[in-house]
Design a protein around this ligand. Structure first.
Ligand code: ADP
Ligand code: MG
Length: 448
């Protein structure tokens, strides 16, 4: 496909400028700012959109505006063809170059954090099983727990453990070929292989590995064909007694769209969950992280942080870095509990802003360009269902309203509908990073 000419690009930006004047600015920002012109000719205009979700939404809601504006600006009446980013990449492998076969071993350092070792991993009741199993895997890969499947909420050390295995095997059992990679990289590599046809390279590469560590396998939910390929890779490795270690933000059976045969493969070995750390474990982790950050932290301050930032370790680490920055800005002032309280208090203040259902409804109607009355109505059109589900999800997440109360605000829906909507959007967020980006944008707007 040709690249657009300068003239075509100019025409396209005039089209966008004009569309901007026709719809609310929030809608424009949400749906139009990431569009990219691929080609424009008398018969067709190809526009790249960030994902299938946006493509559907634009198709169902903005096609008329897009077509008529193109006609107004160019006097042409081309067929409008929307192409989702991933679809386009099937015929354009360039963006995936960093995941091509030869790179898996020598560029692994892109993904690997040298601090994610067993030495830096603190063990408590929340992660004891996962930790013990990870160590056992290093002792005798492919023998004891195969596959090892570690799951749990974000920020609780899954990636850290997988990389610790990587480090340990690489440094202490160098006869084994070990590879760590995010599942997204596997999927992208698979997609680029569809294009370049190097199936031998693809298959040989994965199938020669002795210890394969794949992080965030819930990402497989995105693509049925890569699940298929993953299944074959899994079988090939497993039948040769090669070790497979997987992590995910949920147990195998909760990965959306995943087939039973893959679930059952994941269950063949050991499934270990990581949980929120107890107060004692959090304190120990905070002290460890502080020492890695070269910070002198008293037990009292570590205790205060553990008690006040209970959600996950990544956030605690973020706060430590914030405290360090504050101390530096204040002229390398001593890090003590007063400073920690000040920094934490500031961030908690932001989090605790009151958000009402009216704010949520306002934001959702603005972003999706729907009427409040439509959200309340009993109609089940797809174009209304999605915004309504997003509103219910945001209400669950950001308010203290009960399921029944939220249902009440959404045109008298019952609590199971709200629960279902919440789950649906959570899953969508998990499999589609642009959806999660859009939702984050709305949340940010609500919280600020
Ligand atoms: P996940 O992959 O589960 O989302 P990560 O492995 O990325 O989480 O962990 C987030 C941060 O928390 C990392 O900096 C990691 O080192 C740290 N962390 C999590 N659990 C522990 C632990 N038990 N001991 C030390 N650090 C931990
Ligand atoms: Mg992770």
């Amino acid at each position: 496909m040709n690249h657009p000419t300068v003239g075509e690009k100019q025409a396209w930006s005039s089209v966008l400028e004009k569309i901007k004047t026709k719809i609310a600015s929030e809608q424009f920002t949400t749906w139009f700012t990431n569009l990219r012109l691929i080609e424009l000719n008398n018969h067709e205009i190809h526009i790249c959109v960030s994902n299938l979700f946006c493509k559907e939404w634009l198709k169902n809601n903005y096609m008329d505006i897009i077509s008529s504006t193109i006609n107004e600006v160019t006097n042409l009446d081309p067929n409008v063809i929307l192409v989702a980013e991933n679809e386009e990449n099937i015929s354009k492998p360039e963006p995936f170059i960093r995941y091509t076969p030869t790179l898996i071993n020598d560029k692994e350092h892109i993904y690997v954090n040298k601090n994610y070792t067993f030495e830096n991993f603190l063990v408590g009741p929340c992660n004891r099983l996962a930790h013990a199993a990870a160590l056992a895997v290093c002792e005798s890969p492919g023998v004891t727990y195969n596959p090892l499947f570690i799951h749990g909420p974000v920020g609780l050390g899954k990636t850290h453990l997988l990389q610790a295995i990587h480090f340990q095997v690489q440094h202490h059992s160098s006869q084994y070929r070990v590879s760590f990679l995010p599942c997204e990289a596997f999927v992208n590599h698979y997609i680029s292989t569809i294009k370049n046809g190097n199936w031998d390279d693809f298959r040989n590469m994965y199938r020669q590995i002795d210890v394969l560590l794949i992080d965030d396998v819930h990402f497989l939910a995105n693509s049925q064909s890569s699940r298929e390929e993953f299944f074959h890779t899994f079988n090939a490795l497993y039948s040769q007694q090669k070790q497979i270690v997987l992590s995910s933000d949920c147990p195998p059976e909760e990965i959306p769209t995943i087939e039973e045969r893959l679930i059952s493969r994941f269950r063949w070995g050991l499934i270990a969950r990581v949980d929120q750390p107890s107060l004692e474990t959090s304190i120990a982790i905070i002290q460890k992280k502080a020492s890695l950050l070269d910070m002198n932290l008293s037990y009292e301050t570590a205790y205060y942080l553990a008690e006040n930032i209970p959600s996950n370790i990544r956030e605690i680490e973020g706060s430590l870095i914030n405290i360090k920055k504050h101390a530096f800005l204040l002229g390398n002032t001593k890090i003590d509990i007063t400073l920690a309280k000040h920094v934490v208090h500031e961030s908690l203040k932001k989090e605790r802003k009151y958000i009402g259902i009216e704010d949520i409804l306002h934001t959702v109607t603005k972003h999706f360009g729907v009427q409040l009355s439509q959200l309340h109505s009993k109609r089940k059109f797809k174009s209304i269902t999605l915004p309504r589900q997003v509103a219910m999800h945001l209400a669950r997440k950001l308010t203290r309203l009960s399921l029944e109360e939220i249902g009440g605000y959404m045109g008298g829906r019952d609590h199971t509908t709200v629960m279902h909507a919440d789950e649906k959007i959570k899953n969508l967020k998990r499999v589609d990073r642009n959806v999660s980006a859009t939702l984050r944008k709305m949340e940010k707007e609500l919280i600020k």
